[in-house]
Design a protein around this ligand. Structure first.
Ligand code: ANZ
Ligand code: ZN
Length: 837
């Protein structure tokens, strides 16, 4: 009899069509079931999905499908992070429109996702470039402006002098313009900022709530990015007064070292530099230094490896305690936008200052001493940064330096020369992009009224689509009069629109909430839907988004809560976070340039979607990287083939049972009890691995063992009704447990079993402790054919286990004393005879 061949293409397309026709995965918040919201980070519509996407979405889909099978009402949506620079670049290159390029890519990628059988509620699909979406973002912006959470300020931008355009960081390659190779300059432009720093403390404190549910590493990165430092602001006077300037403030985390100051270092961009050098003969040299450092990369300037460089300004400050003169220097390592942009130099106790002082021959002054030891500033080879006792510090001498931090700050405060402060590394969020393909910033400039937000009832400010992109990347908005010219919302007079668009990270900061109310045209969110669905129970994505995207989403959550869109007690958007590992090839990243990209579509054509999904989940634990391998995907394919074959070969044995349907009364023979025990053990293992730990790989391995056990039990089980029930129950359990992972073949087999409903609607079985209890057998133990004792072994024990049990028996050991074992004969389930002399 020829057996029907497994044809994944036909089976998968059949079930995908069925799910679509039945709207199988649509959900509503009007449900009495407990909810579960699982979300994968939505993709940028770049053109094609890659293996990293497949892994990400396959993990999400297993979670979604298995939670449904555990009785949850599951929200599992998908959408498109559709604004952004690549669309503009592609449009320039291929002479199309960014919108056309974007929508074509969305169509393509959506079809690929559907071909992978993901259980999305497609009725909630969103694309952030659609006015139905970004109109709400503009409304949030206006409301944030009204609450004082939005402001304008000058900030340096990458500027190409020959293209006359601002460049995104990605368009600056080794300091040169990506198009014309001109050296990129920094140019100050007025930009819009969101005041994320207003939420700095809350963003930091609420990380405690995520402990245990987010990867420790991600929490640490968030903490670090927010970067709260406790210390003091200290005011240094100036030797020569500058009009209107009291002095120069520094921020320090070590006020206890204030007596060790031998110089001060300002950022080259510090606003007082020009005034300080006004009468200095070397002013021109200082200006040249400033120019050079300003054009250095910000990150480079901060990194430890970068050579410290500085220049003397000719000016002096006055020490707040000693009244001594302190030379004022500029230094490349001092950042203009951290603290006050000025640092008190304490070379004996700060490593950077130490290196700086050695390089420019500035004096060291030891003011913290390790207990019972005297440090010699001459012979020090590095700064002493540990704790100790204050010395050379006037009335503070002898004080432990930890106490000194507070005492110095208090003393300064009394004198009006400083105070204890905290400082955040977190900066306000610059959301202005001098780009076309983004959401317009809904602000208007009126000669009479100044800067005015667009009226809410006039939103959205539509991004005009009938424009041509400029080949140099300049935004066409500025020279589109129908866009720029408008009426002032306040006085009705002629006014001009802002032509910058928003950073695309703004769209991705609130999309997770929009899925709850994706088709609402009256409001951004439906209050009931928000209350029911949020927070996201499980968020899944790449660790590359561990800082900014998550931080911005957390910020928006708090802002939207304070605006009344989210419940007042709502704090965090993502309850659990899984950062999945990468899919590598030969240990490296897949990339077009290396030519080692494995294309999901090719793999689906060759093996089917179920096999691709299975391999992505079986290859490694979800957080870890794995290597794409031909043998791995072949292995996954073989396993699916084994399930298919077993089913086909055993069709006349199979009954249309549900999972775990066989009872104690059915499992009468030891073989039947064995298979049923294995069945229940598998249910337990899979449920534990998949519900709390997301150990898909070990869960799959457990089902593989069950399938092996079914192959082995075929000969041992009879065609009695009871044995058929036991076998069929095990088959239904395997299908049910595999359904979230390889849904198509499971639906097909389920239907062929004779079920009228889909396996997607099944509930996962519960395991049964009594079914898992092992049958114990009494085994006779012989030494040279003579009975020397008995031992209890589990019914399924193999030869090796029985031999080991026999050799461990104390009576056997006594009779073997002084003899050498020559041979061990094992009769499974009955007897072990040890031949020795
Ligand atoms: C004197 C001092 C003595 C410092 C000492 C440290 C150790 P975090 O933890 O990052 O907040 N600093 C302040 N403003 C700076 C700026 N704009 N650019 C670069 N460095 C700056 O570090 C704060 C410390 O970094 C401050 O404390 C200051 O150096 C420096 F034994 O002041 B400290
Ligand atoms: Zn006006």
């Amino acid at each position: 009899m020829t057996q029907e061949r497994y044809n994944p293409q036909a089976i998968e397309e059949k079930w995908q069509a069925r799910w679509q026709a039945d709207n199988s995965f649509a959900c509503s918040h009007e449900s009495s079931k407990p909810k579960y919201y699982v979300l994968e980070m939505f993709p940028y519509p770049s053109g094609n999905i890659h293996m990293g996407h497949v892994r990400n979405y396959s993990i999400g889909d297993v979670v979604a499908r298995s939670k449904r099978m555990q009785g949850f009402n599951v929200l599992h949506p998908m959408g498109w992070d559709a604004f952004g620079l690549p669309a503009e670049n592609a449009a320039i290159k291929n002479n199309t429109h960014p919108a056309e390029w974007t929508y074509a890519n969305i169509r393509n990628m959506r079809a690929q996702q559907k071909r992978l059988g993901y259980s999305y509620d497609w009725s909630r699909e969103i694309a952030t470039c659609r006015p139905e979406y970004y109109r709400w973002e503009q409304m949030f912006f206006v409301r944030m402006f009204e609450k004082g959470l939005v402001y304008r300020k000058k900030a340096p931008q990458n500027w190409c002098p020959s293209c006359h355009t601002v460049l995104a960081n990605e368009q600056v390659i080794d300091g040169l313009c990506w198009r014309c190779d001109s050296r990129v300059e920094q140019k100050d432009l007025t930009q819009w900022f969101l005041k994320i720093t207003a939420y700095g403390d809350e963003l930091l404190d609420d990380l405690n709530k995520l402990e245990g549910d987010w990867p420790d590493r991600v929490i640490a990165m968030q903490r670090n990015w927010i970067g709260k430092s406790t210390g003091a602001a200290i005011a240094f006077g100036l030797e020569k007064a500058i009009e209107g300037v009291q002095g120069i403030d520094v921020f320090t985390t070590r006020p206890d070292t204030v007596f060790g100051v031998t110089f001060m270092t300002l950022a080259p961009e510090h606003p007082l530099v020009e005034k300080l050098i006004a009468d200095y003969p070397n002013a021109a040299e200082v200006r040249a230094f400033v120019e050079r450092i300003r054009n250095m990369d910000r990150l480079d300037r901060q990194s430890d490896g970068v050579e410290k460089e500085g220049i003397f300004t000719g000016a002096y400050a006055i020490h707040p305690f000693t009244g001594q003169r302190v030379p004022l220097w500029l230094g490349n390592f001092v950042l203009a936008d951290y603290g006050t942009g000025a640092v008190m130099g304490v070379p004996a106790h700060d490593q950077r200052d130490f290196e700086f002082a050695r390089k420019y021959d500035l004096p060291l002054r030891v003011v913290i001493s390790p207990a019972g030891e005297v440090l010699d500033s001459e012979s020090m080879t590095e700064a002493f940064t540990a704790d100790g006792v204050m010395v050379n510090s006037g009335s503070f001498d002898g004080m432990p330096n930890e106490d000194g931090k507070k005492a110095v700050a208090q003393s300064l405060e009394k004198e009006g020369k400083g105070k204890a402060t905290v400082q955040f590394r977190l900066r306000d969020w610059n959301i202005s992009r001098q780009r076309y393909w983004g959401s317009p910033i809904p602000m208007i400039y009126c000669d009479a009224c100044g800067v005015v937000p667009e009226k809410e009832e006039n939103l959205p400010v539509l991004l005009p689509l009938d424009v041509k992109t400029h080949s140099d990347g300049r935004s066409p908005l500025a020279d589109t009069p129908s866009f720029v010219n408008c009426a002032c919302p306040k006085c009705g007079g002629p006014a001009r629109r802002e032509t910058d668009t928003m950073d695309t990270f703004v769209e991705s900061s609130w999309y997770f909430a929009r899925y709850t109310s994706a088709r609402d045209t009256e409001a951004p969110f439906d209050a009931d839907a928000i209350k029911y669905w949020l927070p996201v129970d499980q968020y899944i994505g790449g660790v590359e988004h561990a800082i900014l995207h998550l931080l911005y989403s957390r910020f928006f959550t708090k802002v939207l809560r304070d605006m009344g869109f989210f419940p007042a007690d709502f704090a965090e958007p993502f309850k659990n976070l899984l950062t999945q590992g990468m899919v590598l090839k030969d240990g490296g990243k897949m990339s077009k340039s290396k030519g080692n990209v494995v294309d999901p579509t090719t793999m689906i054509q060759k093996y089917g979607a179920d096999t691709v999904r299975l391999f992505c989940l079986f290859a490694a634990p979800a957080e870890r990287d794995f290597d794409w391998s031909d043998s791995g995907i072949e292995g996954a394919s073989r396993f699916i083939g084994r399930v298919w074959r077993l089913f086909m070969e055993e069709q006349e044995r199979l009954l249309p049972l549900t999972a775990c349907a066989a009872t104690d009364q059915d499992a009468t023979s030891p073989e039947a009890r064995d298979l049923r025990r294995r069945e229940h053990l598998t249910v337990k293992k899979v449920r534990e691995d998949m519900s709390d730990r997301f150990q898909f790989n070990t869960a799959i391995a457990a089902v593989m063992e069950l399938v092996n056990a079914m192959y082995l039990s075929r000969e041992k089980l009879s065609m009695s009704e009871a044995d058929r029930r036991v076998f069929s129950s095990a088959m239904s359990t395997a299908i049910t447990l595999l359904a979230p992972i390889t849904p198509h073949i499971c639906e097909e087999l389920w239907q062929r079993l004779g079920h009228k409903t889909t396996v997607s609607e099944e509930l996962w079985p519960e395991w049964n402790e009594t079914a898992m209890a092992q049958d114990m057998l009494t085994v006779a133990l012989q030494v040279n054919g003579k009975l020397r004792g008995t031992v209890e072994v589990p019914a399924g024990a193999d030869k090796a286990a029985m031999e080991a049990a026999a050799l461990a028996d104390s009576s056997v050991q006594r009779h073997l004393a002084g003899l050498t074992v020559r041979k061990v004969v094992v009769v499974p389930g009955k007897l072990v005879n040890i031949v020795a002399n």
